[in-house]
Design a protein around this ligand. Structure first.
Ligand code: FES
Length: 138
């Protein structure tokens, strides 16, 4: 294969690949970067699915957030996914920390890492109780 033939064949190959790539998406559609929505929701503590929050040390998951009842009046909320490799963290009331069962990362109740392999903190949200309603928000 001479140089001219190589360039022609390579150019045709690249052109076919570019066209195939451009034709994958439906006409007019674009891939948008995923925007993070603000967390702001309210749960009714009388609902059966939130019954674990009736006791101190209990926790539930709602809308990808782990909500923990720390004391009679204090609730905490964090992103439920471990920052190492997205394991779902659990609250360990005996140790007063959050732990990932996948590789053992531990986070304090501010979300800070106290045991690796995770290096980034858990995102923490506000949680305010008003009667039987608990609002979780940023
Ligand atoms: S996914 Fe949580 S420690 Fe690895």
């Amino acid at each position: 294969m001479n140089r001219k033939s190589f360039i022609l064949k390579t150019g045709v190959f690249i052109g076919v690949c570019a066209c195939a790539g451009a034709c994958v998406l439906p006409k007019g559609e674009q891939v948008e970067p995923k925007k993070e929505e603000k967390v702001d929701f309210t749960i009714d503590l009388t609902e059966t699915k939130f019954a674990d929050l009736q006791k101190i040390g209990g926790f539930i998951y709602e809308k990808l957030i782990i909500v923990v009842r720390k004391s009679t009046s204090e609730y905490l909320a964090f992103n439920q996914y471990c920052t190492h490799a997205a394991g779902v963290v659990q609250f360990i009331p005996q140790n007063n920390h959050l732990q990932c069962p996948v590789h053992g990362s531990i986070f304090d109740l501010d979300g800070k890492v106290i045991q690796s392999p995770a290096i980034n903190p858990l995102k923490k949200y506000k949680a305010e109780r008003n009667g039987n309603l608990l609002r979780v928000f940023e």
